[in-house]
Design a protein around this ligand. Sequence first.
Ligand SMILES: *Cc1c(COP(=O)(O)O)cnc(C)c1O
Length: 433
Amino acid sequence: MSRRPYDRSARAFEQACKLMPGGVNSPVRAYRAVEHVPVFIASGKGSRVYDVDGNQYIDYVCSWGALILGHAHPEVVKAVRDAAGLGTSYGAPTIAEAELAVQITSVFASIEKVRLVSSGTEAVMTAIRLARAYTGRDMIIKMEGCYHGHSDSLLVAAGSGAAEMGRPASAGVPQAVAGMTIVVPYNDLSQVQEAFRCHRGRIAAVIVEPVAANMGVIRPEPGYLEGLREICDMEGAVLLFDEVITGLRVALGGCQELYGIKADLTCLGKIVGGGLPLAAVGGSARIMDLLAPIGPVYQAGTLSGNPIATAAANATIRLLRQMKPYAQLEHRAAALEQGLIEAARAAGVPLQVNRVGSLMSCFFTDRPVRNLADVQSADMARFKRFFCNMLDAGIYLAPSGYEAMFLSTAHTQEDVERTIDAAKEAFSWLDDP
Ligand SMILES: *Cc1c(COP(=O)(O)O)cnc(C)c1O
């Protein structure tokens, strides 16, 4: 593959920066963590994306995990085309939404009723409101390094101890709101217990990414999710699984199927929309029926259940249920993991690969990575050079050491082998300036 420069991307970015803050509509796309010109994408097909300079990449971002079937899957594209021809939005109920609800409730054992929204952020915001209404309590517990979208209650950083109120993690988030959230380390049950002890009867919900995938990938240690379930049952709090990444990814029924645990409320996004703006919150009828119009919890959306997004969602879930691709994804991702580990060892580069199914990430450290502090102790300067070397070799990774890699059903064994070859090369000159 002959490489072209990133000239057109550079020019497009310069123009975009004059008109949009940071030149982008979502911060990580600006490539600031890797100090590289962001690649402007022209198209995608299967496991590949093509940039505006004509460079081709094997894509491990897959729209941040949304595209488990790869880019422009013919059946998803057809569903979108067909739906668009019938009108793009009505703001009225459709039969396709009910079909999607049937699919979601069939796949997720803990979901009896579901509400469709347009983004993961909205799904989580609604779930938190439901949990507060259901319990009559205000506070929530979240885990450090887990991401749940950009609503005020969840853009919160840890206070000084397990029992301390959180601090705003973004300018513009009121302390009064951040103070309702307690942030504790991932994979640490004792801190969750401590928080409940200090705020008895005040905690509405524990929210967690059951496999953390927004600080790189971190697996839950044995007993962690079970422990959260037990604590919530004991304390009368709602257990909220944010499966926006893991739902339909680590198994059809997400982490709840993989680990055999039921959440009270589940948030879905990314894959569930088939690459279009659609997300969902679901749970038992008892909690979900608190939503307006039958309950007192207000929530609404002009484009909720949008017919085009719903068509893409239905097509994607239908395909996943037919294909049952999870053993294949596991097999392919395991080969990639093994290849990366061997390549790093041969090059004398300390590397940890954390992986659950087709969801994985690379940390440049010789120590196991089990929470945010471990992630922060990994060598991010090395990640940056690794990223740039891989990009030049036609491998498109997420432009931050705090993000995951995603495989799709379109990734072939040959893609994996090419990626391992590129990594061998990339590892060999990792410390060159
Ligand atoms: C991406 C993500 C969100 C937010 O979803 P958006 O659609 O970007 O608003 C929430 N939770 C998790 C776990 C995510 O990965």
